[in-house]
Design a protein around this ligand. Sequence first.
Ligand code: GLU
Length: 458
Amino acid sequence: MPLAPRLPAPPEILAVLEETYERVLRRDPGEGEFHQAVHEVLESLGPVLAARAGLGEARLLERLLEPERQIMFRVPWQDDEGRVHVNRGFRVEFNGALGPYKGGLRFHPTVNLGIVKFLGFEQIFKNALTGLGIGGGKGGSDFDPHGRSDEEVMRFCQSFMTELYRHVGEHTDVPAGDIGVGGREIGYLFGQYRRVTNRWEAGVLTGKGMLWGGSAGRTEATGYGNVLFTAEMLRHRGEDLDGQQIVVSGSGNVAIYTIEKAQQLGANVITVSDSGGYVVDDKGIDLDLLKHVKEVDRGRVSDYADLRGSSARYIAGGRVWDVPADIALPSATQNELDADAAALLVRNGVKAVSEGANMPTTPEAVHIFQEADVAFGPGKAANAGGVAVSALEMRQNAARAAWSFAQVEDELAGIMSDIHATCYETAERYGAPGDYVVGANIAGFERVAAAMLAQGLI
Ligand code: GLU
């Protein structure tokens, strides 16, 4: 896809952006999601590069697009029948200019280097927007935890950490969860790190349990943060969440706590989904039941529909975007909301879309929303609450302190409001009022670029 710059810039700058993008396509073939993430950022950067001539001499874009370090390793483990499996482990330490590399681990069969690089690249800008002194990284494995026993997951996590431990540390690189990695996996990973290093180094991982260095509110943070960001976007349009009909996709940690905060603020959330299909619940999602099905039984959304009674229907293979709503909060995975779905949501009168997942909206769909004047919150801003509370967890670990839930929630609300204001003001400053994609990309880039320039050619 050719670059379609979002903002005007001199032709020589546009040529640099084109060349930069083509170099990525050439040097990193087959990394489609990484290309997509880079494409979206480059489209925003024209005026910044034009304003700062020195960036070219510093080969800043070229350096920014090349991870500082990429680690790939073998992860052998044995299942309950004694069969040997060999998975692939990844950690991409993308950019450490603002602080230790920070970002989650994803365990999912689709994980490959291109996926980890796209997530790590997004994480650089997201983490910069939090203002909390964290660099960007990401990792994971093509291991599929679904259908595996606790013992199998433990053996896998132990094998994974037996290699990863030498690359991470509280001052080096601090992983956390993402899809397929929750409290259980972080526990096994932390245990193995402690065993092989013989150190109590709480700040090496975030998303830990409350009894052993975890932060109150970390589990809720991504979903809560996205709802707070959405509320800020609505407030700037003279509206709030009260009484709004919301469609949420996904049914993992992000979706569950998105629903919780949206309900607290008076909205009516009527859908959840998983890879099999979706549920529409006319009475609004029963959160206690959903939590039980997902967090206790590790079940499917079809089980929720079976247990809920007549208000809920399960539609196998369908997408939540077919259901009319005021607000859509994609909270499952990348590229889950395409142009057809966006056009349908717009026809059905959607007012705001905000990304709980990383890059769930395709570039064509983003374009359709923005053309129709739908408020659009890009994930690197809207879902930054999760990693922000991870940084607060690191702060508590360093101080050997534990904050209350109320204190963390308060900090999170301040951080999300600051991120919104930064994106909003940056977009205005560059002549693109209301364009949070431009605002997030430029504001994140400005911080990372300034730190990289100050630290010299490394
Ligand atoms: N995986 C989350 C994200 O996409 C959280 C990362 C973290 O807490 O380090 O931002």
